[in-house]
Ligand binder design. Structure first.
Ligand code: ZN
Length: 359
């Protein structure tokens, strides 16, 4: 079976490109007469970002609380708010300003505006039936690749399951990459999020499910990440632009991850740890599975002076360790991708819990 791969329709790249948002939004306003719904990371509340956007008085601004990762509950809540504010009108476009959590919230709400039911009904592959409204992503944090990927990740607390809405309809139609927007990101957060690209790409490229385009994108994105994180200043202007492009390429390359993301998902589900830093802890205890990448990652952390304090699982109960194991081992496809169909013989319960204990 050959995959028919979809990509983002339009991409604008460059410092200050946010100023051209009106040029890409106005044609949509002519096509659909309704308000735009703007999702903005709550970090920007009260700041200058919303004020400089080409918004009309009827547009709907929703600040997204990104303290925790998106959940089926939070996405349902934002979808209800959006529907109530629309009051029967059709949205002309959905816009997202933020990192992975804000972009994923926007993507998932988009699906729920045109498809019946709740977020959990669409966790999985090819479950979305109707196209979402036109969506524009403006990342203010680089690394998750949400701007160019076909998934919107949500945590389902009741099912202890972190799984995305994987669909062509989840993808953004337009992306604007303006490196001015990542200038004020705290250094640790910039690293934790940026390194997600590196992880997606090496997990994909060292797996057994491969394709030539994904390999080429992953290879390029990885070398860009290395240039950024092994340089003197990962946040210089050229490096911030490079990181934005690496994230974009990495999002397109995202398909099948390996063993870092399942362990990371366990940390996010059970300890509510944000995705980027959870990946860092997950890789830090997989020196046997990814020796080269582990070495490179350690060099990057040292070079950039990034904090990764030990002892995050100290004092957890047996039930919590069990939950960490369960929320990791459930990701059979990625685990098989790296370890083969007998992954349970390597990733035994004892083995996996032993890794959590070392974090
Ligand atoms: Zn990731």
């Amino acid at each position: 079976m050959y995959r028919n791969a979809k990509n983002v329709g339009y991409t604008m790249i460059g410092k200050g490109s946010l100023d051209q948002l009106g040029d890409v939004l106005n044609p949509q306003r002519k096509k659909v007469d309704g308000p735009a719904i703007v999702f903005i990371d709550h970090y920007f509340k009260g700041g200058a970002l919303a004020a400089r956007l080409p918004l009309e008085s009827r547009d709907i601004v929703i600040y997204v609380d990104t303290t925790d990762e998106p959940t089926t509950e939070s996405v349902d809540g934002y979808a209800d708010r959006a529907k109530a504010a629309l009051a029967g009108r059709t949205a002309t476009a959905l816009l997202a300003f933020g990192g992975g959590s804000t972009m994923d919230t926007c993507k998932c709400v988009g699906n729920l505006l045109t498809n019946p039911g709740k977020a959990e009904d669409y966790q999985g592959w090819e479950l979305v039936r109707n196209p979402a409204p036109y969506k524009i992503a403006v990342p203010t944090l680089s690394g998750t690749g949400s701007e160019s990927s076909r998934t919107g990740i949500v945590c389902n607390e009741a099912k202890n399951l972190k799984l995305g809405m994987n669909s062509d309809f989840t993808m953004f139609d337009q992306v604007i990459l303006d490196c001015d927007l990542t200038a004020s990101v705290p250094r640790n957060q910039y690293f934790y999020t940026g390194i997600d690209t590196y992880m997606h790409c090496f997990e994909s490229i060292s797996g057994s499910y491969r394709n030539a385009v994904v390999d080429a994108l992953a290879d390029k994105a990885m070398s860009m990440c290395k240039e950024v994180f092994l340089s003197g200043d990962m946040m210089s202007e050229p490096n911030r632009e490079k990181m934005m492009i690496a994230s974009y390429l990495g999002g397109m390359a995202a398909g099948f991850v390996g063993t870092v993301h399942p362990v990371s998902a366990g940390l996010s589900m059970v300890l509510h740890m944000p995705h980027g830093i959870a990946n860092c802890y997950a890789l830090a205890v997989q020196e046997d599975i990814y020796p080269d990448e582990h070495r490179e990652f350690t060099a990057m952390i040292e070079k950039q002076g990034i904090d990764l304090p030990k002892g995050i699982c100290d004092g957890l109960t047996d039930a919590q360790y069990d939950a960490l194991y369960e929320a990791s081992i459930v990701h059979e496809k990625p685990l098989t991708n790296r370890l083969g169909p007998d992954f349970r013989k390597i990733f035994t319960k004892e083995n996996v819990i032993g890794r959590f204990r070392r974090m």
